[in-house]
Ligand binder design. Structure first.
Ligand SMILES: [Mg+2]
Length: 243
């Protein structure tokens, strides 16, 4: 991670300014646990490094322990382990079910930007991984709360802004900075979803892209049931019973 927060903010800002946003509505999508599965890959990484994740409460802090013990890893260890995960395993991450298909449908109505908290050094690997899984959208790396970055993006959008992220602090920060944004607290891992508390002011807490897609299409005014995949809440299957 960047050691100088000001430098990191400027770098994020420069990345945002380099994206050719076309005055359309905007979907700002987090990557880890929203577009790409994160927790299961982190668990594998931790085991290789002699640690283990105990999913006993929402969050990583205090739940990463030395393997075979209940001794929590230190803050320094957690920082080091996340760093080594991003450096060594980012390319292995697999897509969250429905993410690529949903973002592809949304891209007909909105610009899509992937806003991810990770070291900038891995941005290209992350971009390649996303593209390999059908999500070739601009990737912006960020450090810390995402409110400021989403504010800059929203200022360049021409229509509604939808923000999806699993992190309560990111969702809360965007709520404060961009009060017009539609907020989806999206947690792909079912164990962590079950332990999550909805952040105040969100429009949806889910781990299901069909639900998120239905909400987003409603916001974007593109909610034509004929265009939604079968099984989507407002899609053909649920419609068929009423016709
Ligand atoms: Mg995330």
């Amino acid at each position: 991670m960047a050691s100088d927060p000001r430098e990191a903010r400027l770098r994020t800002r420069a990345q945002i300014e380099a994206i050719p946003l076309g005055g359309r509505p905007l979907v700002v999508c987090d990557v880890d646990e929203v577009a790409l599965e994160f927790v299961i890959h982190l668990e594998n990484h931790l085991l290789r490094k002699g640690f283990r994740l105990l999913p006993r409460s929402y969050g990583l802090t205090g739940n990463i322990v030395l393997d075979g013990t209940e001794t929590p890893a230190t803050q320094d260890d957690v920082r080091r382990l996340l760093h080594s995960f991003f450096a060594e395993d980012t390319h292995l991450q697999t897509p969250v079910a429905g993410a690529a298909e949903s973002l592809s449908i949304l891209s007909e109505w909105a610009d899509i930007v992937m806003l991810t908290n990770m070291p900038d050094a891995q941005r290209e690997i992350r971009s390649d991984t996303l593209a390999r899984h059908g999500m070739a959208y601009p990737v912006v790396t960020n450090t810390g709360p995402k409110g400021e970055a989403v504010r800059h993006l929203a200022d360049r959008a021409g229509g509604p802004v939808i923000f999806l992220d699993d992190s309560p602090s990111n969702v809360g920060s965007v709520r404060k900075a961009v009060d017009e944004a539609f907020l989806v607290q999206f947690i792909g891992d079912p164990r962590f979803l079950a332990m999550a508390t909805p952040v105040e002011g969100i429009h949806m807490l889910t781990g299901d892209w069909r639900e998120a897609l239905t909400l987003a299409l409603g916001v974007l005014g593109g909610a034509d049931p004929e265009r939604l995949p079968p099984g989507t809440v407002a899609g053909r299957e649920s419609e068929s019973g009423t016709r």
